[in-house]
Design a binder for this molecule. Structure first.
Ligand SMILES: C[S@@+](CC[C@H](N)C(=O)[O-])C[C@H]1O[C@@H](n2cnc3c(N)ncnc32)[C@H](O)[C@@H]1O
Length: 223
């Protein structure tokens, strides 16, 4: 009588070899993905998959964009700097590298996944997991000591009601003339569709970003 045999003739060896080969391929692919796509990019992709509208960007901001935003914030700032929608923390890192003391920086991020990453990456910075629309309650007593807000929020893809709430929250915390920095992928845009009055002080296109983006620096109120 004949039994089912493998190449070597021993039963079951073919199945073992196939599963070893599958594992090795899976590990190899995982290693290649890890080498080609840095951890931040993979984290960003996970956040993007779970909430594309809230993330509102195809990939993290470039260091060039982050450095320009940070330089504007540092030049303007006296009190707390609040960063909205920090994502993977490219702008946060740049703010710290530009000399902002960690205790002067408050970061607000809605995604639990990204907030956990930010806490791990910047243990010395206050990372508040929550919605920027709830900024006043998130900040508590610190709300009245904010001089500058740096925002990577995707204002063009968030629901209008959320954007309006964020505008009202900023109105409640920012003194007249305070600096508000926002980037946008809409290269011609120098305005934000808010009821609140804001004045664009200056604006620059950052070409070395994917896609290129415009950083607008506003004075809250009419300066
Ligand atoms: C364009 S991405 C940030 C890009 C970031 N500069 C980076 O390089 O990773 C926008 C971020 O805003 C966050 N976000 C969106 N809506 C928010 C809200 N209402 N409150 C706080 N964060 C929000 C998203 O979770 C996302 O991390």
């Amino acid at each position: 009588m004949h039994r089912a045999t493998t190449d070597s003739g021993r039963p079951g060896e073919g199945t073992q070899r196939a599963s070893w080969w599958r594992d090795a391929t899976r590990k190899g692919v995982a290693r290649i993905v890890a080498a080609v796509f840095p951890a931040d990019l993979r984290l960003f992709a996970r956040a993007l998959c779970s909430g594309p509208q809230a993330v509102g960007a195809a990939c993290p901001s470039s260091r060039h964009l982050a450095d320009y935003m940070a330089a504007q914030a540092v030049a303007a700032s006296k009190g707390y700097i609040v960063e909205l929608g920090a994502g993977t923390g490219v702008v946060t890192a740049s703010l710290l590298a530009h000399g902002v003391a960690p205790e002067r920086l408050i970061v607000v991020e809605k995604s639990a996944l990204l907030a956990a990453h930010l806490r791990q990456r910047f243990p010395e910075v206050a990372i508040l997991e929550g919605d920027a629309a709830e900024l006043v309650s998130l900040l508590g007593w610190r709300a009245q000591r904010v001089s500058t807000v740096v925002s990577s929020l995707p204002l063009k893809s968030l629901p209008k009601s959320t954007v309006d709430q964020i505008g009202s929250a900023l109105d409640a915390i920012l003194p007249r003339g305070a600096t508000f920095i926002q980037f946008t992928y809409s290269l011609r845009c120098r305005a934000i569709d808010w009821a609140q009055e804001i004045t664009c002080l200056h604006s620059r296109t950052i070409w070395r970003n994917v896609p290129p983006a415009r950083v607008n620096v506003f004075a809250w109120g009419n300066g």
